[in-house]
Write a protein that binds this ligand. Structure first.
Ligand code: GTP
Ligand code: MG
Length: 884
């Protein structure tokens, strides 16, 4: 009986839910609406919506190029059977690029649970939303709506329970503003009653999103801010407002300026920025408010005077106002408001603006930026590059919101490290004899020892310096052999990660390897091989050998590791110029700052992050002084670090007199270390412009130095953003130049001339084939030539002699030029280079099918013969000339 009641109750409940759903849906969809569904992972939502029979025209799209799951395939079949258009490969941020959607407009565009995949990618999810709104505005009919359903907390509106921090949310209202949409409604997810709707999670069907508390956001199109919609129609009469302490709220209180637009944006964003004015005494607040009211009164929520002070530079009174921008009708996003805010300079009545500070938080009490120079003329002419690139889009530096660590662990950048590498010892062989109960002399069964591990340096992006490398690196030893023919275990190789671009030198300074690509390895010390056990020595004549081998000792070699590129940019300046302060201001690095010279003794690296995920490394250096090259101060040996920076920033303290002399000194000192350092791209920065006299010194510096100068205050934070933009422009130029140069660069790096293995890498797309013969047949054949036994193909593995003929012939098909490395033969005690190479050429020539152009080969050989008489390093220019 009770089960019948339950059953009836359930039926009644589901029919009520179904009716309620239909009612809600009928309020959303009108008859014959064309609806575009975006990002339909498994098409279950499209199928569920079509089953409701709302008389609407559906187009279902998804990002993937096919339906990968069975359920998705079923849904697609169902949709197609019912005449619904299903499109694959549709990017939600480029809807207009889809050929089938190009000429169509829709009443509704629905995007449920947008996500880029992976966890915690807030920035990228915001980009997705922004791109979607910008794209969908082109696909909308007039009065169309966009519906976006997000998980609880993602949207960042007060409807989210619990509400996340604004900067931790996807900022849907601001992202929609990029497409000129405003939020008009937020409802608990409309589709919860769709039984068949299975939300695809970011890990596929099996891990779904938490849809509890999800919200559907409704957006409509609006107009971007223009004069007619941000300037209020009702004008202010300021004749009565002569009091100086009048507030913004008082002034606009009596003005009812209703917009024609009926639909209001709910939960609009508020943007708060500061404005600093230089006043001459008779400042009229009412007139100032009126100017702002007539400029953008509809979107200004409030204005507060937050600071009023007398400038130590020019003695004028500075007034800092904090302006809140907010609109219920016009879509606002940060960059748009920043432009509006900065355009205030154009207002004649506001010519005295000295700074447009951008405040991070509303409740912040301090004035962030007090730029002491006139914005309209001064700032624009600060730097040629800044001026030229002013209108070009440059990536914006990101400010880290995470607080810096308070630990006082000093972390220096280690870019040179001498290391001793010891390969593991091979395990000893075992002597043992098997005894069985029927055969107590079953023979020798001592196993071999395992091989010792190698020490390997591997280039990886995971590490940036050599701080973690110990001065002695020893690989594990192999295990000894066991009885019963059991072999000892080979030891694991010891792989040490080094930064990409690490150069391995031997103790004499010769370059042995350049690990310039991710994953490249260099075997620094080979482990010894394991010794044979006595079972190995069993022979017909010796059935019970009582001998075994000891494991071989691993190689013990010393190297010097060097990181070729330390940072993109190096900071050069006198002690106390503010280099460390600047690095602290622009990055999360924490070099020590103090008012005494030579605070910094070793380089520090800081990373500047940009909003296009580019990272620029900046190195803080110890201070340089006059006659550093004569070993005054810390000397100039630390400039070897500067050699590894692609560009330089000269920091001058303009609070001191004659800063141009300082610049001369710095340039002279670095030229004493390496003349070519002065040719590197540079930026000149005038620091400490917050101090008295800096204005005058800056002016004089400009007269003496004919280069762009960026005035900053590293301590106060003035003009840092301009500097960061300049750094980015410089970096982009560097990248372009680097890409152009790599085509023709090529290095030949030889590990150890006396060793039998050479390591050479090809660093260009040119078809050059490099090889060396490392051993020759000692038995001279009748024709008097020697024959190569083993060759090392320097960009290929070792090829044994019996493969040599064929392999060589095959290889020469693919390569236009060949380069011999003759030193290998010379050093390994085999015939002297010249006859040996001639033999080799004759030998290659003897192949009937060899397509190798001997003329070319000989020409190359001539050059190489000259090069081979000098050190390895001199090969670089030689090889470059070959390529040229
Ligand atoms: N007023 C003012 N003081 C600054 C500014 N930049 C740096 N300082 C001060 O100058 C002093 C030296 O700053 P550091 O950053 O240690 O200088 P440094 O160039 O790294 O000095 P060394 O490491 O000794 O070469 C500190 O007391 C800073 O507070 C600035 O822009 N304005
Ligand atoms: Mg310092």
């Amino acid at each position: 009986m009770s089960s019948i009641i339950t059953c009836k109750f359930t039926q009644a409940l589901s029919s009520i839910i179904a009716r309620a759903t239909r009612l809600t849906m009928s309020m959303i969809f009108s008859k014959n609406d064309s609806v575009l569904l975006v990002g339909e992972g498994n098409f279950s939502f499209s199928a569920a919506l079509s089953r409701q029979n709302f008389n609407i025209e559906l187009v279902a799209t998804c990002y993937e190029s096919s339906a990968c799951q069975e359920a998705a395939e079923r849904n697609v079949d169902y949709l197609r059977e019912n005449g619904i258009c299903v499109l694959f490969d549709v990017d939600a941020t480029k809807l207009e690029e889809c050929p089938s959607l190009k000429s169509r407009l829709f009443n509704k565009i629905i995007f449920n649970f947008p996500h880029v995949g992976g966890k915690m990618r807030i920035e990228r999810n915001r980009d997705l939303l922004r791109g979607f709104f910008v794209s969908s505005v082109r696909m909308m009919k007039e009065n169309g709506q966009v519906l976006v359903t997000l998980c609880n907390g993602q949207g960042g509106t007060p409807m989210d329970k619990p509400r996340r921090r604004w900067d931790d949310s996807w900022k849907i209202v601001e992202m929609a503003a990029h497409g000129n949409f405003i939020l008009t409604r937020v409802e608990p997810s409309l589709w919860q009653s769709f039984r068949d709707y299975v939300v695809t999670g970011y890990r596929g069907l099996d891990k779904q999103f938490h849809t509890a508390g999800s919200l559907t956001h409704f957006f409509i199109k609006s107009e971007p801010p223009m004069a007619h919609n941000i300037v209020p129609r009702n004008k202010i009469n300021t004749s009565k407002c002569t009091v100086d302490n009048i507030t913004w709220k008082d002034m606009i209180n009596n003005i009812q300026d209703k917009s024609d637009c009926e639909l209001k944006c709910i939960y609009p964003c508020i943007f708060t920025f500061d404005l600093t004015l230089s006043t001459d005494g008779d400042f009229n607040t009412a007139e100032f408010y009126k100017s702002l009211y007539n400029y953008a009164g509809s979107i200004i929520e409030n204005i507060d005077l937050i600071d009023c002070y007398s400038s130590p530079v020019d003695g004028k009174i500075k007034r800092t106002y904090r302006i809140d921008y907010k609109s219920n009708y016009v879509p606002l996003y940060r960059r748009r408001v920043v432009e509006l805010h900065q355009n205030m300079h154009r207002l004649r009545c506001l010519r005295s603006i000295v700074a447009c500070g951008l405040s991070q938080k509303q409740d912040r009490k301090t004035v962030l930026n007090r730029i002491r120079c006139e914005v309209s003329s001064g700032l624009r002419s600060l730097s040629v590059t800044a001026y030229v690139h002013e209108r070009e889009p440059t990536a914006k530096p990101l400010r880290s919101t995470k607080p810096k660590s308070k630990k006082d662990t000093l972390q220096y950048f280690v870019d040179i490290k001498p290391v001793k590498t010891i390969g593991g010892q091979g395990g000893d062989g075992q002597i043992s004899f098997m005894r069985l109960w029927v055969n107590d002399r079953a023979g020798p069964d001592g196993g071999d020892g395992g091989h010792g591990g190698h020490v390997i340096f591997q280039a990886t992006t995971d590490v940036k310096d050599l701080r973690h490398i110990d001065s002695v690196i020893k690989a594990e030893d192999g295990e000894k052999g066991y009885t019963k023919d059991c072999f000892g275990k080979n030891a694991e190789h010891k792989v040490m990660n080094v930064p990409i671009g690490t150069i391995v030198r031997d103790v004499d300074g010769r370059i042995l390897a350049d690990l310039e690509k991710n994953g490249m390895m260099f075997i620094a010390a080979r482990g010894g091989s394991g010794g044979h056990g006595n079972a190995f020595f069993k022979s017909n004549s010796q059935q019970t050998p009582e001998i075994c081998e000891y494991g071989a000792i691993g190689e013990n070699l010393q190297y010097v590791l060097e990181v070729r590129s330390m940072a993109h940019i190096g900071l050069i300046g006198l002690p106390n110029a503010g280099k460390s302060t600047l690095l602290r201001a622009i990055s999360r690095a924490r070099p020590k700052v103090a008012a005494y010279p030579f605070t910094t003794l070793k380089p520090h690296i800081g990373i500047i992050q940009y909003d296009d995920y580019e990272q620029i490394a900046v190195a803080d250096m110890p201070g340089l002084i006059e006659d550093s090259h004569k070993n005054r101060g810390l000397g100039i040996t630390f400039l070897k670090h500067v050699e590894r920076c692609a560009a330089l920033i000269f920091i001058l303290d303009v609070a001191q007199t004659e800063p141009w002399q300082v610049l001369e000194t710095l340039k002279h000192e670095i030229s004493q270390f390496n003349e070519r350092l002065n040719d590197r791209p540079q930026i000149i920065v005038a620091n400490k412009i917050d101090l008295p006299n800096s204005e005058i010194n800056l002016q004089l510096l400009r007269e003496h130095v004919d280069l762009p100068i960026i005035p900053i205050s590293a301590k106060v934070g003035t003009n840092i953003s301009t500097l960061l933009k300049e750094i980015r422009i410089l970096y982009d130029n560097l990248k372009v130049n680097a890409e152009e140069n790599t085509e023709l660069s090529m290095y030949v790096l030889v590990r150890s001339m006396s060793s039998s293995l050479l390591t050479v890498q090809r660093r260009s797309s040119l078809e050059i084939f490099i090889f060396a013969f490392i051993s020759f047949d000692t038995e001279t054949p009748s024709d008097g030539t020697t024959q190569p036994l083993t060759a090392v193909f320097l960009n290929l593995p070792i090829i044994p002699s019996f493969w040599l003929a064929k392999s060589l012939a095959l290889l020469t098909i693919f390569f236009k030029h060949a380069i011999f490395v003759p030193e290998a033969c010379a050093d390994s005690g085999f015939p002297p280079p010249l006859p040996c190479i001639k033999d080799a050429i004759a030998w290659i020539h003897s192949f009937a099918f060899s397509p190798l152009d001997i003329a070319d080969c000989e020409q190359v050989l001539d050059i190489n013969m000259i090069a081979s008489s000098t050190s390895t390093n001199t090969w670089h220019p030689t090889l470059d000339s070959i390529i040229d």
